[in-house]
Design a protein around this ligand. Sequence first.
Ligand code: SDX
Length: 348
Amino acid sequence: MAQHSSFLEVAWLLIRGELPSQEELDGFRDEVTYHTMLHEDYGRFIGALPKNAHPMPVSAAAVGALATFYQEPETAEHVQRSIVRLIAKMPTIAAQSFKHSIGQPAIYPRNDLPYCSNFLHMMFATPCEEFEVDPVVARAVDLLLILHADHEQNCSTSTVRMVGSSMANLFASISSGISALWGELHGGANQRVIEMLEQIRTEEGSADVFLQKAKDRGDTTRLMGFGHRVYKNYDPRAAILKKECRTIIERLGGSSELLDIAMRLEEIALGDSYFIERNLYPNVDFYSGVIFKAIGFPTNMFTVLFTLGRLPGWIAQWCEMRADPSFRIARPRQVYTGATKRSYPKKR
Ligand code: SDX
């Protein structure tokens, strides 16, 4: 899919279970295009939030607020419209939260631009001059979104299913998934990887010094972007992203310093018994931030980009859970290991 498909085609495949025909894909693209605008009151909503707010809680709040703008009863038709609205408006919400944070006016979506180009235009254009989107960069963003699109029962996806199992609507369920993804052990790792690489570039001076700290159980330092709850081998997404880093950096002429540090870390770690014994390999977050940074996204937007990618996966999993004939509210049990029966002391 990463080589041959597009993000909207992958979104359709995840949600419908089959690749769309050309006619279905064209219709889906048009539907998404004509739902990219936000209600004008969103400007006041996002504008009321602190400029220095992290864009992940802004995104979680803005997606949750979709349930206030669209209050139709949850029929099958309304769910389908909500799916289109989410996929269409998430890039607009992301770009508007970024523009708010830098004190620039929001850039409206354009109906003449394809999905990723439209997002890049909303992110980096200003009202003062024409902004041409580089098709190579737009294709890189499309690839990144595809690679993040779904990943079984990861923390945020399980959260979306858990919240949706109470019959909470799709917007509320997705908003909870955004909050879960923000954590640095999950989607927030891509931001922490760049912060780690920049720390090594300025403070640590060498990858070796940093890795010693990451291996020290007395030190909370971790090699961010390494390790995985399920993958105990090289994350196949990381392999594709590692190749894409070089292409993008060469195209944009940016510094490859951070990529060089990341590749040095990987080279040392993959030969080190600590990481080998624990099956710790690069995961999807290890190289994604290098590409995001080369394109010009601010570091705190990286997990919002993960959100854009994971959105169709969350939606597909929510729909699958709701369509399951044995669907019931999630209710994990727990084994009580606390104190046994005790009397209530008379004198209090
Ligand atoms: C994502 O689930 C998904 O599919 C998630 C995801 C998706 O697409 O949705 O793939 C996206 O979230 C990727 C993961 C991004 N997170 C990070 O890169 C953060 C750094 N990684 C670690 O925090 C950790 O590896 C986890 C959280 C990802 C996985 O944790 P586990 O499986 O619970 O591993 P663990 O904590 O049990 O660690 C096992 C051992 C421990 O050492 P010992 O106690 O055995 O001595 O490995 C060590 C850990 O200290 N370890 C690390 C490490 N990760 C684990 N040591 C140094 N650096 C690391 N990154």
